[in-house]
Design a binder for this molecule. Structure first.
Ligand SMILES: Cc1cc2nc3c(=O)[nH]c(=O)nc-3n(C[C@H](O)[C@H](O)[C@H](O)COP(=O)(O)OP(=O)(O)OC[C@H]3O[C@@H](n4cnc5c(N)ncnc54)[C@H](O)[C@@H]3O)c2cc1C
Length: 558
């Protein structure tokens, strides 16, 4: 991956993709795999917006049973299975549990029926060769078993629990990046910190974008036969740069937030209601409660998701201390033993998602449930422009495939079947993850610690040698960074040389897992700045500026 603006300016592409979150990244991969000439740009770092803020659940959509939305469940189950196949290093089974109460929708009977249906609808979920990826069927457990799993759950009215399996991604940032790395290996050109500021047009035909390098201020034109707008919460803002009328029916947005907290659950994710423990009549009266999900992740918990409508410019969105206090109080009500305090929140994930409406019944946000692929030649008379509005990380690949089908049609090109559902992405050439992990750890170079090697397998999969190759010249890069147990110096060098990390925050928050669960500490941040600085020729002033930017990522608005 090379940040080559001159190359972007000197080619004509089949498609230019604006926005390199998970939707843009999957689209670039699917299109490159089908032989299209692709460019993809992002105004920030790759995957640094909504996609960085996901709760990391790759879910089969058990919740959609409430609306009997079988089609959406099938889509989610299929994409979950595909991700386990093409990115086995990142996507792993996650046991989940939900306490059962009373005789209504949260009862043992209702949940037993839901689990049975979930298993029927997901009959093919285990069509994978790797036994590590098999998801057992759902089951109802007794009150005592539930209390063993979730000792702090409210016990009033508790009757037992429902257990099922979903998946979790160990690192959603590197998963998105790996789609991009794969696209680039198939000839796509990707550039970060390059903002689409306008469109190139001929009559009512879009034929590229004008883009500004946010690092230098330089402007370039990128010519293409088709533009795909995958700008997430900014899709309207991008369209407004083509014609003000296109952004006059703005996408309604909701803020969505998760907290990274002290680990207070064992190895199982839990769906917890903030009205658990109320007797049924009370529960019916108190409507303003939500189901929260607590997922154990690395050595912390991810807690959420809290929603609230958002009306401002997506660039101005910030999580406030008030938002954090409100979610903490809800979680402490749902799971009183958690007793989470503000100081135990180590990081905040906040992002913007498409909102459908506010529920008149509960006063809660109803998020947009279905993705949209908008062909602007039909919608507004602009040819050569397609917008993709995604609603879930899990299903991005499938939506991208459909969008590329449409792009091929628009380009008048012969149809080529997508293979992104079967071709492993960067690092995904692994048949049986457990065996691969054991063998890689066993045969690691002597200078690499066991924990570091296992970590490299989870983050770089079958391509861990790309990182280890840096040890040949400098074996000291095998040492874990200051204050860390396993992330090694070679990862910083690799991110800078081969993965287009241009800012310290890119390395700390997205290329490595150093800072994605909380501030990794001054010593580590300075060590990374030194390593990156010597690669990129930073002086002391630049280093302290970069360190300041990283520190500001952990600050919250009052
Ligand atoms: C708190 C939270 C928890 C979630 N949890 C889950 C979960 O557990 N599982 C799940 O499946 N989904 C989850 N989601 C949903 C999922 O994260 C999103 O649906 C998905 O990440 C959206 O990806 P995207 O690529 O559309 O948007 P983004 O990731 O926002 O990507 C859009 C990109 O466009 C770029 N851009 C904008 N304007 C321009 C421009 N002018 N020029 C160039 N680039 C531009 C931005 O910088 C950005 O990187 C969650 C979302 C949130 C907020």
């Amino acid at each position: 991956m090379t940040r080559d603006l001159l190359r972007l300016a000197s080619q004509e592409y089949d498609i230019v993709i604006v926005g390199a979150g998970i939707y843009g990244a999957c689209t670039a991969w699917d299109a490159a795999l089908r032989g299209l000439k692709v460019a993809i740009i992002d105004k920030g770092d790759f995957g640094s917006a909504t996609s960085q803020n996901s709760q990391k659940i790759i879910h089969g959509g058990l919740r959609y049973l409430q609306q009997l939305d079988i089609i959406r469940m099938r889509e989610s189950i299929r994409e979950r299975r595909i991700l386990m196949k093409i990115a086995p290093q990142f996507v792993h089974p996650l046991p989940c549990v939900m306490p059962t109460y009373g005789h209504l929708t949260k009862s043992r009977v209702a949940l037993a029926a839901a689990l049975a249906l979930n298993d029927i609808i997901g009959f093919d979920r285990n069509r994978l060769d790797d036994p590590q990826k098999h998801l057992p069927g759902g089951r109802i457990i007794s009150r005592n078993e539930l209390i063993d799993m979730l000792p702090g759950v409210p016990r009033k009215g508790l009757t037992g629990g429902a257990v099922w399996y979903d998946c979790q991604t160990h690192n959603s940032e590197r998963l998105a990046l790996s789609f991009l790395l794969s696209a680039c290996e198939r000839g796509a050109d990707a550039v970060n910190y390059l903002e689409a500021t306008g469109f190139l047009t001929q009559g009512c035909r879009v034929c590229g974008v004008r883009a500004r390098d946010t690092l230098t201020g330089a402007t370039i034109d990128i010519r293409s036969r088709c533009v795909l707008n995958t700008a997430g919460p900014w899709i309207d803002k991008v369209l407004g740069r083509l014609s003000p009328s296109l952004s006059s029916r703005p996408l309604r947005l909701t803020a969505a937030m998760n907290l990274v907290t002290r680990r207070f659950l064992g190895g199982v994710a839990a769906g917890l209601s903030s009205r658990a423990g109320l007797i049924e009549e009370e529960a019916l009266v108190r409507k303003s409660s939500r189901l929260y999900f607590v997922t154990p992740w690395r050595d912390v918990c991810l807690v959420g998701t809290a929603f609230k409508p958002y009306e401002g410019d997506p660039d101005d969105y910030r999580v406030t201390e008030g938002d954090i206090a409100a979610l903490l109080s809800e979680i402490n009500r749902a799971y009183p033993d958690a007793r989470l305090a503000r100081e135990e929140v180590t990081f905040i994930y906040g992002g913007l998602l498409p909102m459908r409406r506010m529920s008149a019944r509960t006063g809660e946000v109803v998020v947009q449930k279905h993705y949209r692929i908008i062909d602007h030649s039909r919608a507004d008379g602009w040819d050569g422009l397609v917008t993709i509005m995604g609603v879930k990380y899990t299903t991005a690949r499938g939506v991208a495939e459909k969008a590329v089908d449409l792009a091929l049609k628009k380009l008048g090109m012969a149809f080529v079947v997508s293979r992104s559902d079967e071709v492993p992405i960067y690092g995904g050439e692994i048949e049986r993850f457990g065996d691969f992990l054991r063998e890689s750890v066993r045969s690691r170079p002597p200078c690499v610690r066991e924990e570091s090697m296992a970590h490299l397998v989870y983050h770089y999969g079958s391509r861990f040698d790309d990182v280890l190759s840096h040890l040949r010249k400098d074996p000291s890069l095998a040492r874990p960074l200051a204050g860390q147990n396993y992330v090694i110096g070679a990862e910083i060098v690799h991110a800078t040389r081969a993965e287009m990390a241009v800012k310290l925050a890119d390395v700390i928050l997205r290329r490595t897992e150093l800072g994605s669960a909380g501030n990794p500490g001054d010593e580590c941040v300075h060590a990374c700045a030194d390593l990156m600085g010597s690669e990129l020729g930073w002086d002391e002033g630049r280093k302290s500026q970069e360190i300041k930017e990283v520190t500001s990522c952990y600050k919250v608005a009052r």
